[in-house]
Design a protein around this ligand. Structure first.
Ligand code: GTQ
Length: 349
């Protein structure tokens, strides 16, 4: 036996310089019998992060920083700028009168607005006002700059698919050179053309695989959730959930990142479920109690949490609660690898 092992080791040592490795020593790691998620469940508290971000506002201008952001870096992935295995997220600040200068990149971004009185973003020449709870997207490749003509700090959560783009080694980026783009279209143009329950007669997709609507209103979404809760039962696992949808195909609004809003009425206690997607949660209203594989997490207003995939999770809420969810489900579905169990007996295959 020992001689066998010694002979094998000798073989491995001899093939190693030729950049060869025996699969039979690696099989379990290559195709694990079930997901072995490395992402840590981690909470970033708004009342801890916001003062630090405001302090950064004193250290440098938005123009100097290009983007003044504190990255949510998962403790499981130091130095990688990831909130979980596949996604980037951070908290961005601009102050009145500032501009985060125009640039574009292959990575796509979505932004969930936490505080804004007069903040706006411009995407390919069209401006969108940003109000609390709004979701604004920057499609991959689209020019974008952010500005603030109002009062107080403007703060939002950025979610980018940059880690995925970088796994594929497909990143491009460039700066425009001017702080702000020229405005070429009326504010509200995209929403009028694609987001009023109607579509252009001649089909076209200005942002390719990303939704042509780049600003989704919280006011409208919140009203929709509350209205549907009046006359339909909550999903026993997910509460009332509506996803942000691309009006051109009904799919997710970005090819890589999924996003949805969840409404949990006061007293909601959910059932456990789990899915392979790597997820993040932002509390938009109320308070979430989340049980993850038997560990309890309490999330308050504007807190952000990284939720590892394939973990049994159960949501409950003692007051009316609204959550912004984001995940890599959109990418996983395209690759045909997304799986979910809504009960322990649910089949995986
Ligand atoms: O606002 O364009 O958090 O390019 C990271 C990279 C925000 C942005 C981030 C970015 C942006």
């Amino acid at each position: 036996m020992t001689t066998d092992n010694a002979r094998r080791q000798d073989f491995y040592d001899r093939i190693e310089p030729g950049s060869l490795v025996p699969l039979w020593e690696r099989m379990k790691g290559l195709v694990p019998p079930e997901p072995t998620n490395k992402t840590h469940a981690h909470v970033w508290r708004y009342d801890e992060v916001k003062p630090l971000l405001l302090e950064a506002g004193d250290l440098l201008t938005a123009a100097e920083a290009e983007r003044r952001v504190l990255i949510f870096e998962n403790p499981a992935f130091p130095e990688t700028s990831r909130i979980n295995s596949t996604l980037y997220a951070g908290m961005q600040l601009i102050l009145p009168g500032e501009t985060a200068p125009a640039h574009r990149h292959a990575a796509g971004a979505m932004r969930f607005i936490l505080e804004s009185d007069g903040g706006y973003t411009t995407v390919n020449g069209e401006r969108a006002e940003m109000a609390r709870g709004d979701l604004v997207i920057t499609p991959g490749g689209a020019w974008h700059d952010h500005g603030h003509g109002g009062k107080g700090p403007c703060i939002w959560i950025d979610v980018l698919d940059a880690p995925l783009v970088n796994i594929f080694e497909c990143s491009f980026s460039e700066e425009l050179g001017d702080a702000a783009q020229k405005i070429t279209r009326e504010t509200g143009h995209a929403r009028a053309e694609f987001g009023s329950g109607m579509l252009p007669m001649q089909p076209y997709s200005p942002f390719g695989k990303t939704s042509p609507i780049f600003a989704y209103s919280y006011e409208r979404a919140r009203a929709a959730l509350v209205t549907l809760a009046k006359s339909s039962p909550a999903d026993p696992h997910d509460g009332y959930a509506l996803r942000y949808a691309n009006p051109l195909d009904g799919g997710w609004i970005m090819p890589t990142i999924s996003s949805w809003l969840t409404y949990l009425p006061a007293g909601f206690t959910g059932l456990p479920s789990r899915a392979t997607e790597n997820m993040g949660i932002v509390v938009a209203q109320g308070h979430l109690t989340l049980d993850l594989d038997g560990t309890r997490y309490e999330l308050g207003l504007n807190d952000v949490m990284a939720v590892p995939g394939w973990t049994w999770r159960t949501m409950s809420a003692s007051e009316d609660t609204i959550l912004f969810h984001f995940s890599d489900r959109s990418a996983q579905e395209k690759l045909g690898i997304w799986r979910r169990q809504r009960g322990r007996a649910d089949p995986i295959w």
